[in-house]
Ligand binder design. Sequence first.
Ligand code: OGA
Ligand code: MN
Length: 233
Amino acid sequence: MRLLITVAKQAQRKSFHSSSCYRFTSEGSTLRKGPEYIEECKWLCGSSQNILSAVRGQVEVRQNFISEEEENALFKEVEKGLRKKRYEFDHWDDAIHGYRETERLQWGDVCESILRRVRAVAFPEGSPLLGPVHVLDLDKSGYIKPHIDSVKFCGSTIAGLSLLSDSVMRLVQENNSADWVDLLLNRRSLYILRDDARFKFTHEILKDEESLFSGQRIPRHRRISVICRNLPV
Ligand code: OGA
Ligand code: MN
């Protein structure tokens, strides 16, 4: 799996100030957005109204995509593969710190039907998918550094379920680090990154000490993600 991502070059990253975090507002942009969209986008904030508009349709977070029972079923099934492994902390060149991972091709009925729902909402119809589903277990002290998933091995869309903890995913435009958006990934939500949001922005999961969304602290506990990807065409 580590073939899939390599850490982004750490050009001097600006520090991020939550005070300069924009949310969608009805008067804030030339685009007219209905109240439903603003309501829907409580999980999105960013460095400007323009960048929020630019990623519109390419980032999506669906709150409560799975129930507590479904989260439990997934957790039970992925634990079997994870518990044999140890958390990795010391590979300085890894894109991920404090993690263990596995992948799974065959799932029990409950999990399979959850994954069918994920695929149905996330991927274009007929899009060939990467067979094994990637399972990533981040320790409480773990985090994911800015990176772009391999364009050689993965296609236009990345869809991930978050289990056990809320977290913040940050997207930073690769050729202009002043442009960024934060996504609030609540426990049991599904996030989807598509097209430019996937190819032209790095993504990362913030460490607990830096885990803020729109100025609000989002404690990061152990977090497991279940990630589906499609194949490049
Ligand atoms: C990855 C990644 C995000 C997540 O493994 O490439 O970006 O939700 N994971 O764990
Ligand atoms: Mn990634």
